[in-house]
Design a protein around this ligand. Structure first.
Ligand code: ATP
Ligand code: MG
Ligand code: MG
Length: 549
């Protein structure tokens, strides 16, 4: 079967025949260090690292650090950790700030060629003079400044002789261009803000459009991918490269990833963190890589997800169910099974010997002998789920009821004979009988039951806190409205169960980072803040398949 190519791969396959690319292809992943990476970035990472590995090329990690006030070094370390965790290693690590000197040189060159000028207008005046898509912009007197004056002013800007916003450097292109980005775009602005790498060396900083393409060209990036919002920036990207006679890097735009019921913007994620609505950038509800890792997602599941959504030229909203499908598919094959009881209800087996403990053998991974089996203790006092008992059966309820019977997974059939209630009428204990002939694997009882439930023996069970998660927002596209997206935050996005119980071996410390399937409940992982005195598990995903293949 011939594998189909995505449109970026088609462009690359066409290009590698061109002698310009004889050095091989080179891509880059250019995060701005102003927050943590999210799933949208994972899509871009999979695309860029995927292209490089498929076509034997290189991929650079380039920190796009041209906005000093929003960036800091802690984000740099977190970003590197996340990329490595996803399973990728870059060839070179660069910073746009490494090119501040080179970019300044390019600016001087454009001034000397008469195609850049220093403008004293305020940002309001510049916006006003820019016109609208229907109305051509107007030029001002600064546009006609001499080369010498422009050179002196740029140097004075660099030396700190002007206040923030007092002057900008602009490219002299065309104030009537139909593309607004070509109406004398700003190249440099004055900003007396120290930079996390260059300190106070610079007080002028290049704009994205003046930094990105040239950085690509300096690194000989052949294919520079970005999201669709940058389509209109492409003529400018090409203009700077052509005017400066640099390596012909090529910008290619693809559709950004949008996921239903969540947001995919660092700036908005930052607001959730700052407002204390979530527990930091790695809150398990967030679509950040760190959050997904803490939630129990695997790198493999995320890569598979990126592969399945593909790379297209049209924006869409992806169903969360696809992500869940990918992680279930991955964990189903690798996560050992254990038992947990989330909302415990006590069962006393009246006809079982108080002194006795039996050990029930359970496979760790059904159908995979290499993972072995374990012995789960069974005794007179058990925990079952409150949800697995109903005093009077509702329609289609086949689990335990008063007078009814059910199988305890891997153990015996029991029937419920009495219910103990507290003074408020809440059920606090069930008194049941077991059928000694009905032991799993050797059932001679002839009793038919319709359902099997899970259980733990009271003396062996270890208390734990279990956290269940739901969608982060209550509307499908919370990012659509700019300001009130916080009002759609789902207050029920986390459910904390304080009184859960788990199998004893889950308390072992070396289970950190290990994925488990809690039988009938879903996939779980120990939380990063869990400790021996207070075990905490996060549910990665439940077992219900909602995604239609
Ligand atoms: P944000 O709005 O979250 O800050 P950004 O585009 O400003 O996103 P960058 O750090 O500049 O974030 O992004 C690094 C790379 O990741 C860019 O090439 C960008 O196009 C890509 N990227 C960011 N968000 C998405 C997304 N949702 N889908 C696909 N690619 C994305
Ligand atoms: Mg960006
Ligand atoms: Mg951004």
């Amino acid at each position: 079967m011939e594998e189909s190519l995505n449109f970026v791969e088609e462009i690359v396959e066409e290009d590698i025949r061109n002698p310009v690319y004889r050095e091989g292809i080179a891509t880059r992943f250019p995060p701005e260090p102003n927050g943590y990476l999210h799933l949208g970035h994972a899509k871009s990472i999979c695309l860029n690292f995927g292209l490089a590995s498929k076509y034997n090329g290189k991929v650079n990690l380039r920190f796009d650090d041209t906005n000093p006030e929003r960036e800091n070094s802690s984000y740099i370390e977190a970003i590197k950790e996340d990329i490595r965790w996803l399973g990728y290693e870059w060839h070179n690590e660069y910073y746009a700030s490494d090119y501040f000197e080179a970019l300044y040189g390019f600016a001087v060159e454009l001034i000397k060629r008469g195609i850049a000028y220093v403008d004293d207008s305020t940002s309001e005046e510049i916006a006003e003079q820019k016109g609208t898509p229907q109305i051509p912009g107007t030029t001002n007197q600064y546009r006609e400044r001499s080369v010498d004056e422009n050179l002196q002013l740029l140097e004075a800007m660099k030396l700190g002789q002007f206040r923030d916003g007092e002057k900008v450097l602009r490219a002299k292109i065309d104030m009537a261009a139909s593309n607004m980005h070509m109406r004398d775009p700003i190249m440099y602005r004055v900003k007396h803000t120290p930079h996390h790498r260059t300190g106070s060396t610079w007080c002028i900083y290049p704009m994205y459009d003046f930094a990105h393409g040239q950085s690509d060209a300096i690194e000989h990036i052949t294919h520079s991918t970005c999201t669709l919002e940058f389509v209109a920036h492409r003529p400018l990207y090409n203009w700077f490269i052509q005017q400066l006679g640099l390596f012909p890097s090529k910008q290619i735009e693809f559709a950004r990833l949008n996921l239903a019921y969540t947001i995919m913007s660092k700036r908005k994620l930052q607001q959730l963190v700052d407002n204390g609505l979530v527990d930091g950038w790695d809150d398990p509800r967030l679509p950040t890589i760190a959050g997904l890792r803490r939630r129990g997602y695997t790198p493999n599941a995320i890569r598979k997800f990126c592969d399945r959504i593909g790379v297209a030229k049209r924006d869409a909203i992806t169903d969360f169910g696809l992500l869940e499908f990918c992680v279930r598919e991955d964990l189903n094959q690798s996560a050992q099974r254990r038992i947990a009881v989330l909302k415990p209800l006590k069962v006393i087996i009246t006809n079982y010997d108080e002194e006795k403990t039996e050990y029930m053998s359970m496979e760790n991974l059904p159908g995979d002998e290499a993972n072995g089996s374990r012995k789960v203790p069974f005794g007179k006092e058990l925990w079952i789920e409150q949800d697995d008992f109903m005093e009077h059966a509702a329609k289609n309820y086949f689990r335990l009821t008063l007078g009814g019977a059910v199988r305890l997974k891997g153990a015996y059939i029991i029937s419920c004979e009495h219910i103990m209630k507290d003074e408020h009428g809440n059920i606090i204990e069930l008194q049941c009988r077991y059928f000694p002939e009905s032991k799993s694997g050797n059932d001679r009882s002839n009793i038919k039951v319709k359902s099997t439930i899970h259980w733990l023996s009271v003396p062996s069970a270890i208390p734990a806190e279990v956290r269940l998660y739901d969608r982060l927002f209550s509307v499908e596209d919370p990012g659509k409205t700019e300001n009130d997206f916080l009002s759609h935050f789902n207050k029920h996005s986390i459910q904390v169960l304080q009184n859960a119980y788990v199998e004893a071996d889950l308390a072992e410390r070396d289970n950190a980072g290990v994925h488990f399937q809690f039988v009938r409940l879903g996939y779980f992982i120990k939380d990063t803040h869990s400790d021996v005195d207070h075990l905490v598990f996060n549910r990665t995903v439940d077992l219900k398949e909602r995604w239609k293949k």
